[in-house]
Design a protein around this ligand. Structure first.
Ligand code: FAD
Length: 463
């Protein structure tokens, strides 16, 4: 049986694995990355189809000044491709009584917005006077759901009208299901430090005044689509990254790990001092079962939201709505069958043929998981019907494509942080985990998880 020795083996060529590999490479360390698919990037991939530019996963990314991704974005070959969404990216619509209403973008717009009633706005103004949680309410901050936290601080109407649709749009979830501390740790910290989100927000806004690093806090993509990011990273790795290689088992060996993989129907073995599993939790669990028996059942308990992504192209004149923004969020109280829609061709140029628009519509999620698995012939009329009623589309779309993800977005349910800490403490030395369940699902957070794994390896001497 062919056996190869490397210092570090990285399993998974999604963004977290690529980030880990790129960081090791930049620091002169040797590794091998293996990916089961025929392409690198995991869920991040851009396809060209009938003149449309389709994103199978994320449509855009947002990096904060402190995110390690920002440094990579500044590298010339990637920086020259960056497209920023500008003001369009900041304008979002929310469905209210069946109609899209623009969310306020300034304080004065906020005063007059119909998104909240007068009593909802008055409740919001009370927020600075509501004492922070003391922990004596019977819930530890790790157990508090987003819904509990928001209801407590900002009121029921704010929760239902704004936070619920945001959580559906970003996490394909429900604020009653997700942990506040693990999903929005900054807001929890803000409550602790300033006693209020409004006071904290104002204080931080004053501190942030001044120049932010280029590309930070901007919704952005690349002229050739989000796929440019993994492509760029793959270019840095060259032959150290291989595709069509599925890892089937991992075990201990004398000085580290022995990993079996299938490549062209042959089994190969790789011995490594470090092993990085940069995979979704569900796929990590069976591979880790022998190495960290305590961790496998904990990984299996992390739920994932399933999503169907429906891409619809229309001649521009057949959509009544101006589509002048990022997209449309849909509160659960509207009782609709989609999670939300992105106005993909408005956000960045070149996403649709001349005279046409591209909508990216999400269905399923934690609340309506069956819709994510519905047959195309059942799903399509539901989604086009919703688009017709919400955005004024007439006639059938001229372009349709459907992408499904059985396990799209990991869910930080209450206790997630404690579960991750328990998983990490049960890992043998040399075994590292990275991925969207390890510290945030966004592109920038997933990238950071890979960098963290690499940083831990860099603390050890090269072999
Ligand atoms: C539909 C969708 C839309 C999204 N939209 C946004 C957005 O707009 N903005 C944003 O910031 N984030 C968004 N995200 C989230 C973000 O894109 C992901 O969290 C992130 O890209 C996940 O990267 P990853 O490396 O953790 O996992 P993955 O991308 O899942 O990569 C894991 C890789 O491991 C490989 N693998 C699995 N098992 C094996 C094995 N046994 N052997 C070898 N290889 C294996 C898989 O084939 C895969 O390539 C979205 C995600 C989805 C699914």
């Amino acid at each position: 049986m062919p056996t190869e020795d490397v210092e570090t083996l990285i399993v998974g060529g999604g963004l977290s694995g690529l980030a880990c590999a790129a960081h090791l490479k930049r620091n002169g360390r040797t590794f091998r990355l293996v990916e089961q698919n025929d392409h690198l990037g995991g869920v991040i991939r851009t396809l060209s189809d009938s003149g449309y530019q389709i994103e199978t996963g994320p449509n855009s990314l947002l990096a904060r000044p402190e995110d390690p991704l920002l440094e990579y974005l500044s590298f010339a070959n990637l920086a020259e491709k960056i497209q920023t969404a500008g003001r369009t990216g900041k304008k979002r619509f929310i469905l209210k009584n069946g109609q899209p209403v623009a969310l306020p973008m300034s304080l004065s717009e906020g005063i007059f917005t119909p998104v909240l009633s007068l009593s909802g706005k008055m409740r919001l103004l009370k927020e600075p006077f509501i004492p922070p949680a003391t922990g004596t309410e019977g819930l530890s901050s790790e157990d508090e759901t987003i819904a509990d936290f928001v209801r407590r601080r900002l009121g029921e109407e704010f929760l239902e009208s704004l936070i619920d649709p945001f959580v559906k749009g970003v996490y394909a979830s429900d604020p009653h299901l997700l942990s506040m501390a693990d999903t929005f740790p900054r807001l929890v910290a803000m409550e602790k430090t300033y006693g209020s989100l409004i006071k904290g927000g104002l204080a931080l806004a004053r501190q942030k005044k001044g120049a932010a690093p280029p590309f930070s806090r901007e919704i952005l993509s690349f002229s050739s689509g989000m796929g440019a990011l993994p492509q760029y990273l793959a270019g840095l790795l060259g032959e150290d990254a291989g595709t069509n290689a599925e890892v089937i088992a991992c075990s201990r060996s004398e000085n580290g790990f022995r990993t079996a993989l299938l490549f062209e129907e042959e089994t190969y073995y790789i011995r490594s001092k470090h092993l990085v599993l940069a995979l979704p939790a569900i796929q990590t669990a069976p591979l880790i079962a022998q190495l960290a028996p305590g961790a496998a059942p904990l990984l299996e308990k992390i739920p994932y939201a399933p999503i169907a992504v429906v891409y619809l192209g229309y001649p521009r004149e057949r959509i009544a709505h101006p589509l002048d923004g990022f997209g449309l969020l849909v509160p659960s109280k509207e009782r609709r069958k989609i999670l939300g829609a992105l106005f993909s061709s408005s956000l960045f140029p070149g996403r649709s043929p001349e005279g046409h628009v591209l909508l990216t519509v999400f269905a399923g999620g934690m609340v309506q998981p069956k819709l994510a698995q519905a047959f195309d012939e059942d799903l399509l009329p539901i989604v086009t019907g919703e688009v017709k009623s919400m955005l004024g589309a007439t006639g059938a779309p001229s372009y349709v494509r459907i992408q499904r993800w059985g396990a799209a977005i990991p869910q930080s349910i209450p206790g997630h942080g404690a579960r991750i800490r328990a998983i990490e403490s049960s890992l043998p030395p040399g075994l590292h985990l990275a991925g969207a369940y390890m510290g945030g699902v966004s592109v920038s957070q997933t990238f950071s998880s890979g960098i963290r794994a690499a940083d831990t390896i860099l603390l050890t001497p090269p072999s």
